[in-house]
Ligand binder design. Structure first.
Ligand code: CP
Ligand code: NVA
Length: 308
């Protein structure tokens, strides 16, 4: 599988993404029936190169590669010092000589382009960057499809136009689902993401909206999603952001404006009492642990798909 990559949601087309989701559905059924192991990645070695902390992404990837018969090793920020101890292009060209793929969690999304440019034979998967979190979007779409049975749903994202929101917006546009983000002025997804989403939506019929009012955003929602107001790397802005996002909390009051069947989603980790209340995250409407479970099935599916 040398040289395959999934850095942005748009690195796979609609049919390819649906195929990954279908493989994930099968993996989930198989795992529940006790079948975990295959040898799809036999003899393959992946590095997990993380500049930021992680629970779900790291553990599900480690489990996925083991269950597919491959091997991983973890490189922490202190081990490599990407772009600090040595240039990204050198790290990329070294790793390319030894291993099959890199699962990387980075700050600057451009790091991935350097990996592609300098190490084209190395497979690369984005485990989260400041711009996107495509593996999260795969798990979230598996979760939503499991409930609705199709892609004709409306996802409302309340809060920051961040990496998770960006990937959800792109995947909605790609697959033809409707997506609304309610965010304060200045916290919209970046222009480049919105433009790509709108362009894609023209082809798939998806409705993409950016609004200010959370109540109007949730009024037609089948799924209500939120994420932290200050992402990893934005800790110094936390106080300013807490003020900017007042009124954007997903709580029981906001849910009164949503359809009764609407479910609540969060990629985790959550800051309870900020973007979401403890009550809501612990409620019957919450899908957060299904999403977390589906991180495993979807990353196995993605690895299997890319190794075809
Ligand atoms: N949702 C998610 O990516 O969680 P981690 O940061 O724990 O990997
Ligand atoms: N937006 C969050 C997602 C964490 C999974 C962050 O980047 O910190």
């Amino acid at each position: 599988m040398r040289g395959r990559y999934y850095i942005s949601v748009l690195d796979l087309g609609k049919e390819e993404t649906l195929e990954v989701l279908e493989i994930a559905r099968h993996y989930k059924i198989e795992r529940k029936a006790g079948k975990r192991k295959s040898d799809i990645l036999k003899g393959k070695i992946w590095a997990i190169l993380f500049e930021k902390p992680s629970l779900r992404t790291r553990v599900t990837f480690e489990v996925a590669v083991r269950e597919l018969g491959g091997e991983t090793f973890y490189l922490s920020p202190n081990d490599v010092g990407l772009g600090k101890r040595e240039p990204v292009k050198d790290v990329a060209r070294n790793l390319e000589r030894w291993i099959d793929g890199v699962f990387a969690r980075v700050f600057d999304h451009k790091v991935f382009q350097e990996f592609r440019d300098y190490a084209p034979n190395l497979s690369v998967i984005n485990a989260l960057s400041d711009l996107e979190h495509p593996c999260q979007a795969l798990a979230d779409f598996q979760t939503m499809i499991e409930i609705t049975g199709d892609l004709g749903f409306h996802l409302a994202f309340i809060g920051d136009g961040n990496n998770v929101a960006n990937s959800l917006m792109l995947m909605s546009a790609l697959l033809g689902s409707d997506f609304t983000i309610a965010c304060p002025e200045g916290y919209e997804p970046p222009k480049e993401i919105v433009e790509k989403a709108l362009e894609m939506a023209k082809r798939t019929g998806s409705q993409i909206n950016i609004v200010r009012d959370p109540k109007s955003a949730v009024s037609r929602a089948d799924f209500i999603y939120t994420d932290v107001w200050a992402s990893m790397g934005q800790e110094t802005e936390a106080e300013i952001r807490r003020k900017a996002f007042q009124g954007y909390q997903v709580n029981e009051e906001l849910l009164k404006f949503a359809p009764e069947h609407a479910k609540v989603m969060h990629c985790l980790p959550a800051h309870r009492g900020e973007e979401i209340t403890d009550e809501v995250i612990e409620s019957e409407r919450s899908l957060v642990f299904v999403q977390a479970e589906n991180r495993l099935h979807t990353i196995k599916a993605l690895l299997s798909f890319l190794s075809q």
